[in-house]
Write a new protein. Structure first.
Length: 119
């Protein structure tokens, strides 16, 4: 047990000393390119975010956010299902396949109406 603790302590000490040296070396030895565009602001596809905040945002931002939330919530249902698959049996598998088919139908509909194209 003490051998493993000593080894772990040595690894932590090595990383504590070595990683800052790597960061310092990369900042000193790395290439530098100072251009005009490097210091310009850029925010989510908007090339010039400077100005008033009263401007309207494109509805595409909200649509993408809502679609992300809708399709991301499926993980909340799939993770516990995957943990309990053996106890749920065939009926649980059938129910999850139905759920996935409904999600696939929704994704097909989003693709069909071209909601994800940024034109």
């Amino acid at each position: 047990m003490s051998e493993n603790l000593f080894l772990a302590s040595c690894i932590v000490a090595f990383l504590t000393l070595f990683l800052p040296l790597l960061f310092l070396a990369s900042s000193r030895l790395g290439p530098r390119s100072e251009t005009k565009n490097k210091h310009m602001l850029y925010e989510s596809g908007i090339s010039s975010p400077i100005g008033t905040s009263e401007g309207r945002m494109s509805a595409k931002f909200y649509l993408i956010a809502i679609l992300f939330v809708l399709f991301d919530v499926e993980i909340i249902f799939m993770f516990p299902w995957a943990l309990n698959l053996r106890e749920l049996g065939f009926l649980g598998l059938f129910e999850m396949l139905t759920f996935i088919l409904l999600l696939a139908a929704g994704l097909w509909y989003v693709y069909r109406i071209k909601a994800l194209s940024w034109q």
